[in-house]
Design a protein around this ligand. Structure first.
Ligand SMILES: [Zn+2]
Length: 262
């Protein structure tokens, strides 16, 4: 019953008219949006309505949370939800936004997944048990501005949240059939090992070597590359691209604006 009411409420939210100011923010901040098909744009805006109605935002260090901040975060996060039945990152309740990188007290750092910036500085953080996510607004803006540099803080942190949907932060999101799971496990094992080896020897890689930290970071980094460097990923890591395409039910190589791989 509860699930039914929630779904009805979400359907209502998705059908609401989109405030004009949101469209302005999106066209200002998020170049990827214009490259989506009209159907995908509509679906995405519907998800953004639900996301913004359900998630709590808090500004930290004096930052005032504006529509600009909320819509910029929500639109990128919801890109990960297209074409699937979704419960809208159910383990995430609150998004804390700092004006810029923040410093984490290592004593209370509980296995959070971290987008690193030196030893103590963080640009983003979320954890399976946290119920929250911390993001730096200046890193969100710079990550959004260039849709094809392979780096995107919001996609990274929300990939972790997708990973938590099956109650584990192990780099394996909720997959469908046993065959899909087997195929995912085999491809990821090989790709993760290859990134670790490249990291150890200093060979330059398409995937950020932060992904060599563990399988959970590998998934988050691969998600950034999938949406921001899809053509290069498809070319250089076709099996990894294939797994990601099946999981995300999207083929961003078809609308990517990335420069030709050289
Ligand atoms: Zn991470």
């Amino acid at each position: 019953m509860f699930g039914f009411l929630k779904e009805r409420q979400r359907r209502r939210l998705r059908a609401q008219p989109v405030p004009e100011v949101w469209r302005e923010i999106i066209s200002d901040r998020l170049p990827f949006y214009d490259r989506l098909s009209p159907n995908d744009q509509n679906e995405l805006l519907g998800h953004v309505q639900v996301f913004l109605a359900e998630k709590r935002f808090e500004g930290c260090d004096g930052l005032e949370v504006t529509d600009d901040i909320r819509v910029t975060i929500a639109t990128q996060a919801c890109l990960l939800l297209l074409h699937r039945r979704t419960d809208y990152f159910p383990r995430l309740l609150t998004i804390l936004v700092y004006p810029s990188g923040f410093v984490v007290n290592e004593d209370r750092h509980l296995h959070g997944h971290v987008w690193g910036q030196g030893e103590e500085g963080r640009l983003g953080e979320t954890g399976r048990e946290m119920g929250s996510m911390v993001l730096a607004w200046d890193a969100i803006k710079s990550g959004a501005r260039d849709p094809s540099d392979g780096k995107n803080l919001v996609l990274h942190e929300f990939a972790h949240q997708l990973d938590f949907e099956d109650f584990m932060g192990d780099g394996v999101p909720a997959l469908g059939s046993r065959r899909e799971k087997l195929s995912w496990a085999e491809v990821m094992k090989v790709e993760f090992a290859a990134l670790r080896a490249a990291d150890a020897t200093g060979i330059s890689t398409l995937l950020d070597t932060y992904g060599a930290t563990n399988p959970a970071e590998f998934f988050a980094v691969a998600t950034e590359a999938f949406f921001e460097r899809p053509q290069a990923l498809q070319q250089q890591h076709p099996r990894l691209y294939g797994e990601m395409r099946r999981f995300f039910r999207q083929d961003p190589a078809r609308y990517s604006s990335e420069p030709a791989a050289g």
